[in-house]
Design a protein around this ligand. Structure first.
Ligand code: NAD
Length: 479
């Protein structure tokens, strides 16, 4: 086993100061590779949240007056610092979340790229001048929406906080961020990079707490004008209801159940390595993870053979070991949930091709798992497995597979593989999803919107959309 990385002192950042345990309750931080608690995270109480709200209100009054150059310099500076500190940040992220170190490094790079993109995008906030009769003018402009309450989950402990902060900061808003209690040091590192790059006091508050207490407290406050949440559909709906009571604008990035459509003319030599890498990234705990593999009959068995071979090469282990290509799951809830879904699929007649069991003596490891010919009635074909499990089903016609792919209430990501250009266009149009990838698995990009449709949520992060989600329009009429 590798040496454990240095882990920072855990604290909340409220009204320009880092505050620690004192009399606060705390939450254990656990290494998913061992199950061992190695740190205690202080949790915000109601007084902390009130102070954060008041400070964020002052921060907004200040930041809404900032120039594009000021916002750009902070975001650019934070991107540079993230890259400089990347190795230490990545190692902390692995220790608290479990993913393979190469993936954590990639996450730092994604976050830096996003801040760099926003550093440019913040300079491109344009309005419209409407032509009117002589002596009159009307214009459409936009303004920052106000204080944003943002809730980020544990699966991308660096990049989720970066997403939640980048858009609002570029838009001229202040933010109260509550990242996941499971992986706090990664979020602290992102906030520290922004502060060291010159973000003024009040623009960011970082709180941890009992999730439902924090979200209820913040969303009941008239200070909050926008809420952004990434996580499960159930929690997203609950927060959307709270937000509706105060007519708070909402961005929801919720669960997915991504279909992967593999037509019989697909280039399997290209598709299989891409799909295996994407499926088992972060032990499958990715909202856009390829999940339901619909494979056209003629190549189904060939796909199973090639995909299984690729899966056998996955090295499961502690994410800090450089040989590891898949780490543990992030918490003990995940192997339990996956185990129940796999057992249910097998009881419905699915074939267990590989995996299907926990691995290792300690920690939350689960073997890469492949289920074939999984009936649509199995729970795993409806519920997001959020784990290292791929399922296949056969199809024969284009219309049939479109119906299957669109069958679920989710619509986040979808993938298709075909060498036929016309089919590629048709499938991209036919799938109900916020993001469709054809002959690739690269679905996230700093300059493109990331978000879903149907019960996968609404609104998007990244791209110009991520900035405009934090601005409101105003029409001004002059005569
Ligand atoms: P969960 O739904 O309990 O929590 C998901 C995230 O939401 C966590 O970070 C949690 O702290 C936060 N959360 C929970 N209740 C909250 C509340 N009332 N207010 C504010 N934040 C709240 O689930 P979990 O066991 O942590 O993860 C399991 C499921 O969550 C997965 O099956 C997956 O569907 C979903 N999930 C999705 C994403 C994503 O990227 N869309 C990320 C993580 C988890």
């Amino acid at each position: 086993m590798s040496d454990l990385p240095e882990y920072p002192h855990l604290a909340l950042y409220i009204d320009g100061a880092w505050v620690g345990a004192e009399n606060r309750h705390s939450h254990p931080v656990v290494n998913p590779a061992t199950g061992e608690t190695f740190a205690q995270l202080p949790l915000a109480d109601a007084a902390d949240l009130d102070l954060a709200l008041a400070s964020a209100e002052r921060g907004f009054a200040l930041w809404r007056q900032s120039s594009a150059e000021q916002r750009s310099a902070v975001l650019r500076g934070a991107a540079t610092l993230l890259r400089q500190r990347g190795e230490a940040i990545a190692r902390c992220a692995v220790r608290e979340q479990g993913k393979a170190i190469a993936e954590a490094r990639a996450e730092v790079a994604m976050s830096a790229a996003l801040f760099d993109f926003y550093a440019e995008e913040t300079k491109r906030l344009y309005g419209r001048l409407l032509v009117r009769p002589t002596g009159q003018r009307s214009m459409v402009t936009s303004e920052p929406i106000g204080v944003v309450a943002a809730f980020a989950p544990w699966n991308f402990p660096i990049n989720n906080p970066a997403r939640k902060l980048g858009g609002p900061i570029a838009a001229g808003c202040s933010v109260i961020l509550k990242p996941a209690e499971e992986a706090p040091a990664s979020a602290i590192a992102v906030v520290q990079a922004l502060l060291d790059a010159g973000l003024p006091t009040g623009v960011v508050q970082l709180v941890f707490g009992v999730p439902d207490e924090v979200s209820r407290h913040l969303l009941a406050s008239p200070v909050i004008r926008k809420m952004s949440f990434t996580g499960s559909t159930t929690v997203g709906r609950h927060l959307a209801r709270l937000a509706a009571d105060r007519t708070i604008r909402t961005t929801l990035e919720l669960g997915g159940h991504a279909p992967v459509i593999i037509f019989d003319d697909a280039d399997l030599e290209r598709a299989v390595p891409l799909l295996a890498a994407s499926k088992f990234r972060n032990a499958g705990q990715v909202c856009v993870s390829p999940t339901r593999f619909y494979v056209q009959e003629a190549i189904h068995d060939r796909f199973i053979a090639a995909f299984s071979e690729r899966m056998r090469a996955i090295a499961v282990g502690d994410g800090l070991n450089p040989q590891t290509t898949m780490g543990p799951m992030a918490n003990p809830r995940r192997p339990l949930a996956v185990s129940a879904l796999v057992a249910d699929a097998v009881s419905h007649g699915a074939r267990l091709e590989l995996g299907g069991e926990a691995a290792g003596e300690e920690g939350y490891f689960w073997r890469p798992t492949l289920l074939s010919d999984v009936p649509a009635a199995a729970r795993i074909m409806q519920e997001e497995p959020f784990g290292p499990v791929a399922m296949t089903a056969r199809f024969s016609t284009f219309d049939e597979v479109v119906e299957q792919a669109n069958r679920l209430p989710y619509g986040l990501a979808a993938y298709a593989f075909t060498e036929n250009g016309r089919r590629a266009n048709l499938i991209a149009d036919a799938i109900e999803a916020g993001m469709v990838a054809v002959n690739t698995t690269a679905i996230g990009a700093a300059d493109a919107p990331f978000g879903g449709v149907k019960e996968s949520g609404y609104g998007a992060e990244d791209g110009p959309e991520g900035v405009m989600a934090c601005r409101v329009t105003k029409a001004i009429h002059l005569a």
